[in-house]
Structures are given as structure tokens and as C-alpha cells.
Design a protein around this ligand. Structure first.
Ligand SMILES: [Zn+2]
Ligand SMILES: [Zn+2]
Length: 383
């Protein structure tokens, strides 16, 4: 009888989980290689595309090759201005390498891993490229990207380590979906691209293929990321065919899924999956077996975010004792900027809100200390 009840409960849980999985669809629109404005064929700005997406409730993740921002075709400042305004409207800038050119063979499209010579670009060189890219994005757009799109989709374990060391938590590669592929680095892959060399004769066929893939792969993963390539400003994509296509696709999705579709940027979608994982851990483990410091949510944040941590049960002389817990915030240079917790805590999982309204944008650390336990995590304030 007990066995049957347990089975029944498990069945209910499985059905509930499946319903939940099918219920929501996180939808990401990623546009790679944001670059040249040197065409005279209209439209040649990113704003028309962004408007078409935002009118339907969507958000854009622009994968920007930093070096393109300082090349001659973009020095009039129009692209920088459009991207800066785009950030304010809730869209995201992802770091897309540095200059999209392989330092070994000079080929376009990969610079973290040389696909021609099957060669891993060394750590110091990858790190230099990424820091150069971060500096250009910061100087041009005043932004600290927290997501990364590998140039030519080629990366290696050195890339993953470099990203972690630079505080970039999320990447989009052609690897697994909804998984940590390297330590704490969350990966969300892109699914497909339907707009490359889009023509009127292929318009409907590609529309149906995209919708059918979203119904299958998208719903089973609760996630779909459509890829585009800054195509709406290039020769051959005149008359706004890509803008019309994405608008029609989003209209169909909105009709079919209603409020079950949740438009996210790349890092928002990754943070959402991370949060689901963290809260399910927190719900199951009421009393943790060891100290835990969870990633804050949301991240990046403006100006508030929540930090969760777990205090285990420690028995002394047969009785459970409370423990002194210290949770502090530090800036990049190690200066203490806030104390969130400094008190005795009983075993359990706690959540505390941090408000960064008096701090400037940037990378910060939060550190949990209790007895011999010591853990540090990074987070990003983006104003
Ligand atoms: Zn690219
Ligand atoms: Zn190469």
C-alpha cells in the first residue's frame, strides 16, 4: 500500500514536471557579427530590426565583435549610439571575441581555436584578446558584457577558463543546452539560423521549418534560441525581408503560445535556468549538509539582487549550535563596500537582498565566511 502510494506520488510529480516543461518557452533572439554600416542599401541600421522584435514583446542579444566598433566604417558613431540606446531598452550586448580573425592562420571566423591547424590558442593570448574586447566595449558602449559568443562557434577548455577568470558567466556555443559545460560556466546553445540568404521563394518554407522546430526541440527544452547574422543591413537583404520574416515568426509564436512564451536575452535565459536549479536545491535541502553559497539572482542586477546561502547543522555536546555568519561585498580591488550579514544563524537556507544603488556599475564579489568556511562569488551591477 505504501509502495503504491509512493509510486502514485512519483507519477504525479513526473506529470507535473512535464506539464511545467511544456508550459513555458524561453525564447532568445541572437544576432551575430554586428558590424558594418558602409552599405547604401536600406535599411542599414539595427533599429528597424530591434523595433520589429520589441513591438512583439521580444528582446535582442547582439553578439558584437568589439573591434568592428572602432573600424573605419563605424567611426561616425551611429552604430555605437544605436547599441547604447538598445541596452537601455532591455536588450543585451554579448562579447563576440575580439576581431573575429584567427591569430594563427588569419582566417575569418575563429580566434579562440584555430580550426585550420587544430590548435588551441594559448591562455595568455585568449585572455589578451578578451580583455581588449572588453575594454573596447566598455569605452564604446559603457557596458560590461556577462555573456560570450565564440567567434566561428569554436572554443576550447582554455576559452572556458578564461571566461570564468574574467567574470563572464554565460556563453552561447554549439554545445549542450541548459548545462554547465565547464565548472560554473552556463551554456545555452543556439538552435538554428533561417535567415541567411533569405529570399522570397524560400520565405514560407523557412517560416514553416522554424515553427516546426520550435514546437519540437523548443518545447522539449523549454528554450529556443534563433540565430541571425546582422543580415538585415547587408547587400542582398534589402527591402527588409529579414525584418518582415522575424516579425511574422514572432506573431505566429505569440498567437500559438500566448503568455507561455517568455522572451529573454541570452544571459537572462541562462540566469533563469540557474535560478530554477538553485531554488530546487534550496527547497529540497532545508538543512544543508555543508555550507553553501549560491549564485545571486538576477545577475547582472540593477539595483537589487538576491543572494542565498545555506548553514549546515553542527552538533556540539549533543545540542545543535548557532554559528556566526559573515556575508560581505567587495569591489574588484578587494575593498569592502558592504556588510550584509554579521550575526549568529541557526542551520537552514537563507536569502538576503542586496541593493547596489549607491555603487557604480561593475564587477563585485560577495564572500560568505563562517568558522573555517570561506566562499566567494562574482556578480555584476549594471546601471
Ligand atoms: Zn561571428
Ligand atoms: Zn586559424
Amino acid at each position: 500500500m505504501i509502495l503504491r502510494n509512493t509510486k502514485y506520488l512519483l507519477l504525479v510529480l513526473v506529470i507535473y514536471q512535464n506539464l511545467f516543461a511544456q508550459d513555458s518557452l524561453l525564447f532568445v533572439i541572437r544576432v551575430d557579427d554586428i558590424q558594418s554600416r558602409n552599405t547604401t542599401i536600406l535599411p542599414r541600421r539595427i533599429l528597424d530590426f530591434e523595433n520589429a522584435v520589441q513591438q512583439r514583446g521580444g528582446k535582442v542579444t547582439w553578439a558584437v565583435i568589439p573591434h568592428r566598433l572602432i573600424e573605419t566604417q563605424n567611426v561616425n558613431g551611429v552604430l555605437q549610439q544605436e547599441l547604447r540606446e538598445s541596452i537601455l531598452r532591455g536588450n543585451e550586448i554579448a562579447l563576440h571575441g575580439y576581431n573575429h580573425i584567427c591569430p594563427i592562420c588569419g582566417s575569418s571566423g575563429h580566434e579562440m581555436f584555430c580550426t585550420a591547424q587544430n590548435f588551441n590558442i594559448p591562455y595568455s593570448q585568449q585572455k589578451d584578446s578578451l580583455i581588449n574586447g572588453l575594454n573596447i566595449l566598455h569605452d564604446s558602449l559603457n557596458v560590461f558584457p556577462i555573456s560570450f559568443v565564440p567567434p566561428g562557434h569554436a572554443q576550447d577548455t582554455i576559452t572556458f577558463q578564461t571566461l570564468l577568470d574574467l567574470g563572464i558567466e554565460f556563453l552561447s556555443s554549439n554545445g549542450e543546452t541548459k548545462n554547465f559545460i565547464y565548472k560554473d560556466l552556463y551554456n545555452l546553445k543556439y538552435n538554428n539560423e533561417y535567415t541567411w540568404q533569405l529570399s522570397e521563394s524560400l520565405y514560407q518554407q523557412k517560416m514553416q521549418s522554424a515553427l516546426s522546430e520550435i514546437r519540437t526541440i523548443g518545447l522539449s527544452n523549454s528554450y529556443y534560441c534563433i540565430l541571425l547574422h546582422d543580415p538585415f543591413i547587408r547587400q542582398g537583404y534589402e527591402n527588409g525581408i529579414v525584418i518582415r520574416w522575424i516579425g511574422e515568426l514572432l506573431d505566429s509564436i505569440n498567437i500559438e503560445y500566448g503568455n507561455r512564451v517568455k522572451y529573454k536575452t541570452l544571459s537572462e535565459a541562462a540566469a533563469e535556468f540557474k535560478h530554477q536549479q538553485t531554488t530546487s536545491v534550496a527547497n529540497v535541502k532545508n538543512i544543508p549538509v555543508g555550507f553553501e553559497l549560491y549564485q545571486n539572482y538576477p545577475n547582472p542586477f540593477n539595483p537589487t539582487t538576491k543572494i542565498s546561502y545555506g548553514i549546515p547543522s553542527v552538533k556540539t555536546h549533543g545540542s545543535t549550535s548557532v554559528q556566526n555568519v559573515l556575508l560581505k561585498i567587495y569591489d574588484l580591488l578587494g575593498n569592502e563596500v558592504a556588510t550584509l550579514v554579521n550575526e549568529n544563524k541557526a542551520p537552514g537556507v537563507y536569502e538576503i537582498e542586496f541593493n547596489g544603488n549607491r555603487l557604480t556599475s561593475g564587477v563585485y564579489f560577495y564572500r560568505l565566511q563562517s568558522g573555517k568556511f570561506n566562499a566567494v562569488k562574482k556578480f555584476v551591477l549594471m546601471k
